[in-house]
Write a protein that binds this ligand. Sequence first.
Ligand SMILES: [Zn+2]
Length: 392
Amino acid sequence: MKPRAGSKALIREINEALVLDVVRTQAPVSRATIAAYTGLSPASITGITNKLLQQQLLVETEIERGTGGRPARLLELGSEGVFAAGVRLSATEALAVVVDLRGGVVATHTEPFDSTTPDRAAETIATAVAAAAGSKTGKLIGVGVAVSGVVDQASGVVRHSGAMEWADVPFQGILEQASGGPAAIDSYVNAYARGLLFDGSFTGRDLLVISVGTSLGAAVVVEGRIQRGFNGAAGGFAHTRSMTDGGPARPCHCGADDCLETYGSLWGLQQELQRSGSNRELDHDADSPLVADAAVHLGIGVANVAKVLGPERVMVGFAPEARLGTFAEKTTAAFLGQFQHSNTPPPGIDTVTTDHAAVARGAACSVLEGLFSARESARDSQPEGLQPARTA
Ligand SMILES: [Zn+2]
């Protein structure tokens, strides 16, 4: 069989990604170790590492080895070669971060805006990224944007975002036009999960990440990969139906009634406050029956999902504005309460505060991923064109 055109370049790209990934996970690392991990010949390793050194994607570091002998030349990721931008988009602002190849945040900029039309949002993102990147703009390999809601990452379409009031918006394309470069979109929670996976801080295979903020979200990690589902619909537990308490129906912004979103999200809590005629703001210090009720619904909802998936860990990330009284503690208690009669012990559960920058950073990490996993990105979730152009 004749190899298809470009397959040599593709193989080179895959091998570069393999090398970069070994350096990322093992650094500082010798060329011999890279050869052992990748199975590539010493000559190939020399060729690839020389090229990556030239591009500043790798740098050499020297450390003394044992006694006497010459210092070994070890390699680690370069922090000056390329950068990626990540943005957390909300209805009022675009928070942009710029990260280096190691995922370290090197710059941040917040750009406010007053209209949630897709065009205006895309322009604001471009402005925020340019302001954050400054002189590094020429070294940006792409921008990842996290949007609250259901995002079909593969086709670049925001299916539904209550916060932005969007339905079926082809935002990736709009963004690429506005920014003039490759872009990728994802949901808040998937972007955050991407950041966790990029760091390697979760070493298991199966993880459930829940986000609690204006909306609810879930990222489903199976065998180390984020599951997308058909049309990006995986993780949509915000719009599963919650058990009602016999009170009046709670209409959800998705069009249904009594979704978990109407009980456990900040949006749902605000709606309930308004409905009860209270003009009070949600109180961040004191506990209220409303928050206690939200925690019970949320804890049960998370337990239901966990029982289906059987993850090793469940991580519930509360946005800073959702740290209301003992909301997190009560959610954990409600979750654990659902496992009292279970045949299997509950998965480990952590509650953390997910600051907004962590979501933006995760979106940037999803752009970086393309450099470390050429094969993964081809069949998984990276939109085409996200990988930076590599010269043959
Ligand atoms: Zn709903």
